[in-house]
Write a protein that binds this ligand. Structure first.
Ligand code: C2E
Ligand code: CA
Ligand code: CA
Length: 611
């Protein structure tokens, strides 16, 4: 019988004012093994008996209640007792002399939440036990149903949350919570389809965090991640609500501005750029500043329908243009800039470069590199120039990129190498200590004749190979890493030295520095130009020096334009300086270049030097 188990240890209240009936009920319950039985002969006594259990209604197992109990509104009491909570319902067997109620009792019990069952008085013990059994199994079934419903609800809730989370993760970037690249492209496609049809305006901003890889490498990924999150929050606040804003690469963000003209987009981009400029990022005791380069592509003037990938590419190209022309800038995409202009330049310059190589109208200039400890010239960097019409001098930024695009750079590299060696060999013997640093393009390493040119020239001139250092840029070094490395090893075995140029400007990986066989690291000029006023630059330069010196490499700072900067660099521990403060590139070697500043460097009296 279920009853004995379900009522084990629980309170049974027999609310029966008829003494004979009460005794009969109690003794029949006792014979069934129930012990915790309490008799109440008024409504009040029922409440008194139940009061101690009010906090734990489930400990009351059953009530047998005479509907005619004095001081008791039995119906109300039943409602109160048998609907405490969904699971803690107290079954009530009602003793009544109304036979109609008894016929409908079971149905009632099922319909409402009350667990009651009516039986006729005088009580038939057998009927009472059946009623108790029925109510208890009903209660059990109801509890089971409740538990299942609850579990189902919980499962559904959890599933919905997981579904929602999955949906969110598929569409969003986990770190910043912004849209990710694929969902950005998907949504942009919908917008562009619409805009192409309705000829609406729209602008896309491609935002790239300047020098992010450096912060990541120096401070670790956790700090890098935090910087990205803070920047995302910062930019988000500046963006109109409902805008499509996404993180599309490690440190790259895309923002689409619907119905915004080129002018409006430019204004917002400038606001974003300026806000990031003023933003300060703290990690421990160090305070970094950050900057962004922004490229803008617009639907204006796009005659044909534009694909999202194409629009992102245009904005990225404009951003690259901003980066290559100094960073911390906003640039608008202009197809003229990227393709047509470049081709026009190539067509213009190509015959001029060929002619210059043929006619020997290239020439070399030399810029001193100064030892910061004593101000003495350590060596000179060789820079190429081209003679133009009417005695004009053409600087390499005008023709080197063309030469690189068209493959002529290799011929220039070989010309510079040969002429620099000839120049050294022709120096009088009292200048035999002078050495040169020669720039090489990445193309130089792809041809075997570089090695033979150097070797043949050194053999022919009897020049000491240690008087030559070759400068190679970081990006060139990373391009075709193995082949370049192999060639560098061979040239080094001749006795020449190597410098990693423009360090920190491009790809920047300290891992490469670790494995790259160079003697010098040339810290890119952009870190040096504003060194005195920019704390972040100081921190970065300090870290680069620390790492380079740990790897046994000497550091050179470019773009040293003031005495103050030179002194700061000396204090930081940079080994060499190069820049207008020591001397501009000149055709003649003037050993006196750095004398004035050299004295100051030795004097170690910075007080009088303000820029
Ligand atoms: P680079 O190797 O980083 O050379 C440094 C450039 O910075 C030189 O420009 C130099 O004149 C300039 N510079 C030096 N001191 C300062 C300073 O204090 N402030 C500022 N603002 N600029 C300074 P240049 O001679 O116009 O050369 C530009 C680039 O052209 C070089 O950058 C190098 O990448 C390339 N280049 C120059 N000569 C050669 C060459 O013979 N072969 C190859 N492959 N590339 C060369
Ligand atoms: Ca250089
Ligand atoms: Ca450089």
């Amino acid at each position: 019988m279920i009853a004995s188990d379900a009522l084990k240890g629980k309170l049974i209240v027999v609310a029966e004012h008829n003494e004979v009936s009460a005794q009969k009920i109690i003794s029949s319950l006792r014979t069934k093994g129930f012990s915790n039985i309490c008799l109440a002969i008024t409504g009040e006594q029922v409440y008194d008996a139940l009061k101690p259990y009010s906090e734990e209604p489930d400990t009351v197992g059953l009530i047998v209640l005479n509907s005619a109990l004095p001081q008791c509104r039995s119906e109300e009491m039943c409602r109160n007792l048998s609907s405490v909570t969904a699971t803690a319902v107290v079954p009530v067997v009602i003793l009544t002399d109304d036979s109609y109620l008894c016929d409908t009792s079971a149905c009632q019990s099922r319909q409402d939440d009350c667990l009651t069952y009516n039986i006729n008085t005088p009580v038939n013990v057998q009927e009472l036990l059946l009623a108790i059994n029925f109510l208890l199994s009903l209660k059990q079934e109801r509890q089971l149903r409740h538990r299942q419903e609850e579990r189902l609800i919980n499962e559904l809730a959890a599933k919905n949350v997981i579904d929602a989370k999955l949906k969110f993760l598929v569409a969003h970037d986990e770190l910043t919570g912004l849209f990710n690249r694929s969902s950005f492209e998907r949504q942009l496609r919908l917008i562009l389809n619409h805009s192409n049809k309705t000829q609406k305006d729209g602008s896309l901003l491609f935002i790239d965090v300047d020098r992010f890889s450096l912060i990541n490498e120096l401070e670790g990924f956790e700090v890098g991640d935090r910087l990205l999150v803070e920047l995302a929050i910062l930019v988000r606040k500046l963006v109109p609500t409902g805008c499509l804003f996404a993180r599309v690469g490690a440190d790259e963000f895309c923002l689409f501005l619907e119905n915004k003209t080129k002018k409006q987009a430019q204004v917002l981009a400038e606001i974003i750029k300026n806000t990031v400029d003023n933003f300060r990022f703290f990690t421990g005791e160090v305070c970094y500043s950050a900057s962004v380069s922004i490229g803008i592509a617009t639907l204006e003037n796009s005659l044909s329908t534009i694909h999202p990938g194409e629009m992102i590419l245009h904005a990225r190209q404009a951003c690259n243009f901003a980066k290559s022309t100094g960073r911390d800038k906003v640039c608008i995409y202009n197809s003229e800039d990227v393709n047509v202009k470049a081709r026009r330049r190539d067509i213009y310059w190509l015959p001029l470069i060929r002619k210059a190589l043929r006619d020997n109208s290239l020439f070399l200039v030399f810029q001193p590199v100064v030892q910061l400890s004593d101000g003495n010239v350590s060596h000179y960097e060789v820079l190429v120039r081209m003679r133009g019409e009417n005695q004009t001098i053409i600087t390499p930024d005008q023709f080197i990129p063309v030469a690189e695009r068209t493959g002529l750079i290799h011929a220039i590299d070989l010309w510079v190498v040969a002429n620099a060696i000839d120049f050294l060999a022709a120096l009088p013997s009292y200048m035999a200590h002078i050495s040169l640093a020669i720039n090489l393009s990445s193309a130089a390493f792809q041809y075997p004749d570089l090695l033979s040119t150097i070797r043949d020239k050194l053999d022919a001139t009897w020049l000491d190979a240690s008087r030559l250092t070759f400068e190679i840029t970081e990006t060139a070094a990373v391009d075709n890493f193995e082949k370049t490395r192999h060639m560098i090893d061979k040239i080094r075995t001749l006795g020449c030295k190597f410098a990693l140029d423009d360090f920190g400007a491009g790809f920047c990986s300290f891992n490469y520095l670790k494995t790259f066989p160079v003697d010098y690291v040339k810290i890119d000029g952009q870190f040096i130009k504003n060194l005195l006023s920019n704390e972040t630059d100081q921190i970065l330069v300090r870290s680069m020096v620390e790492i380079a010196s740990k790897l046994g490499k000497k550091t050179i700072a470019e773009f040293v334009e003031s005495a103050g900067t030179a002194l700061k660099l000396k204090e930081i521990g940079v080994n060499f300086g190069q820049g207008y403060a020591f001397g501009k590139p000149e055709q003649n070697l003037l050993e006196g270049h750095s004398i004035t500043l050299g004295n100051l460097l030795v004097a170690d009296e910075p007080a009088c030097l303000i820029n």
